[in-house]
Write a protein that binds this ligand. Structure first.
Ligand code: BEZ
Ligand code: FE
Length: 299
């Protein structure tokens, strides 16, 4: 039996070349004057090269990856942000949010912002209606905003927004009618209440390369039903979160990994004709939920 002396040497030579290249690229950042930028770039290069070498990326696969990123760039504009969507479906957004909203007592957990928040949603009073006529089943939402010591936070600004029963946010519809979004302020005891629609599931924008990626890997583009909150008060960490509907079949497979068990709430259904909390007359069924919010202090 002949022994192939060249094979191990070739493998060793191959590894030496790959290592030597990596070291050269890492060193190219040595003189970076900004220490954080240097740290980020060197870590990025280390992980990127580890990935390339781990999967032994082919030139054809590299080209497909570049084409994917190019398509993501072409579809991205001031309102459509395909790179954030990519970050979302890879769980990177949620991981970053988890790291940057450190657990603090019983402070409410954060989740993804998503692309459908707008800054200038109308103000409603306590007990007002955010739907603006969007189709859906009415839902009474109430709760309090408190700090981690249990003290009420009056005057906290709460932004709320949601998709309608057709699975669309107002900004996805033609025209500029505001629907399914508003802001309000907590009362003297940190209390808040408003009418919304019972959240229903909808797909993330999946007509671009990220949608293509999800289809290629056999993943659904659906998000679990949710109602978005952004809560701001002086001296507290701004909270970006949602509440989810207990029993929703999509809780385990939310395509952006936004679900946290602590954010899943009971949405109690009521038959047509059942008296409503504020005496409003409603023809059909309606639901109600409670979300008590706890804000962490500013770090
Ligand atoms: C949303 O909930 O609005 C959303 C979040 C992440 C990606 C797409 C949509
Ligand atoms: Fe959403």
């Amino acid at each position: 039996m002949t022994h192939d002396h060249t094979a191990p040497d070739a493998a060793a030579e191959q590894a030496r070349r790959e290592e030597e290249l990596l070291v050269r690229v890492l060193r190219s950042f040595d003189d970076c004057a900004d220490p954080r930028l240097k740290e980020l770039m060197q870590a990025l290069v280390r992980h990127l090269h580890a990935f390339l070498r781990d999967v032994r990326l082919t030139e054809e696969e590299w080209r497909k990856g570049i084409e994917f990123l190019t398509r993501a760039g072409h579809i991205t504009d001031d309102v459509r942000q395909e790179f954030i969507l990519l970050s979302d479906v890879l769980g990177a957004s949620m991981q970053m949010i988890t790291m940057n909203n450190r657990a603090h007592g019983d402070a409410t957990e954060a989740t993804v912002l998503g692309p459908f928040f707008v800054d200038d949603a109308p103000r409603i009073e306590l007990g007002g209606d955010i739907t603006g006529g969007a189709p859906g089943e009415p839902c009474w939402v109430e709760g309090t905003v408190r700090d981690t010591e249990g003290a009420p936070v009056p005057g906290a600004r709460i932004e709320v927004w949601e998709a309608d029963a057709d699975g669309l946010y107002d900004v996805q519809r033609d025209g500029d009618r505001t629907m399914g979004r508003a802001h309000l302020f907590t009362g003297p005891d940190g209390e808040y209440r408003f009418w919304a629609n019972t959240p229903t599931p909808y797909p993330i924008p999946d007509d671009g390369p990220v949608g293509g990626l999800l289809a290629a890997v056999g993943r659904s583009p659906m998000r679990a039903s949710h109602l978005h909150f952004l809560v701001k008060a002086d001296g507290y960490r701004t909270l970006v979160t949602h509440i989810f509907v207990r029993g929703d079949a999509l809780l385990e497979s939310d395509t952006v990994f936004g679900v946290r068990g602590s954010l899943v709430k009971e949405f109690e259904g009521h038959p047509a004709g059942a008296p409503t909390p504020d005496g409003r007359a409603i023809d059909g069924t309606w639901s109600r939920t409670r979300f008590d919010i706890v804000l962490a202090p500013t770090a």
